[in-house]
Design a protein around this ligand. Sequence first.
Ligand code: PLP
Length: 395
Amino acid sequence: MKSIYLDYAATTPVDPQVVKKMQPYFSDYFGNPSEIHKWGLKASEGIKNARTQISKALNCNPSEITFTSCATESINLAHKGLIEAVRNQDKKIIPHIITTQIEHKAVLETCKHLEKLNWAKVTYLPVDEFGLISINDLGKAITKDTVLVSIMFVNNEVGSIQPIAEIGKLLKTKYPKIFFHADATQALPYFDCDVNKLNIDLLSFTGHKIYAPKGIGALFIKSGTPIIRQQDGGSQENNLRAGTESVPLIVGLGQATELIIKNRAKESSRLKTLQKNLISKLTEIPGIKLTGHPEKRAPHIASFIVKDVEGESMMLLLSDLGIAVSTGSACNSQVLSSSHVLDAMGIAAEDSHGSLRLSLGKDTTKEDIEYTIKSIKKVVTTLRKMSPDLTGIEF
Ligand code: PLP
């Protein structure tokens, strides 16, 4: 049977070159990087090198990179750490955060937590039918107490790209005291994340979406940004994240970041071509509609609403045919409630239950896409006939 993985937005396999680079740090260079003997020094050299690789990708100083365990942790540290630091400066003010209704739960739940503690007030900006915020709405939401604007670069469910450069420019020129956090988890492999050019103060990402292992992430913190660490203990990571560093994972993240940047332009344009074909062929099928913006979208995410079909049923039948896709966000796929992203885009709940996300990656080929298109056509026809029996289908 075919085996076609089209769920790269959920997670990616680890690149063999990344595994190779990590390998010696498990048993040969296993020292604690806080120690100054040669074992420790070898380990801290690996961390230093990874920090440099990442700082080159983001065009920042290596000291501005903090290693964490994932994007969720980076996001928590950025939001809670900044708000705590700001509150320490003046307890009378309740800091104001502006974010969007379509952020990943890592941002939404962190903001809700801060609201519950009464440590922050939060504005959740609406999006249009394509999942895009308006700069005008952002400008109108800013108050004298706004300290943080947190906007995702690429949405993980529909792939829409927010106007990050415009937001950065607006804040830098008109509101220089407001800090700008960008969740770049889905963006780093395909878009320039130069924090200087984009005027970003805080940027989060995770290893397992860029062909590094799970369990490692990073946060860029622009020098001078006030942050109180959220995990207390030793003085690792410039006193911002206590706990002995996972040297092999950090080395892997550094290597994966370097590789992704090296191949970014070529890989983006290759995936764009595959994505175009996928979108044009699937939207020819009656009752299948693209979600997200037709042009302002990341090259790896193709997302759809399939009328009169349950997303879960499509996912399972496609899995039986050897194809991995997802319905909405992977984090949501265990839950039957409709997607908060599609809700915010004004898509009716009965339609969003038929959501389908195909996300492409480095092993996706033209043949995979052709086979997937044929399979989706057959699966949708079968489900619409209310017959879950696929035994008669041949390819
Ligand atoms: N932000 C976005 C846009 C994501 O897609 C994800 C994962 O799906 C996350 C944050 C959280 O990443 P992690 O699970 O590595 O913490």
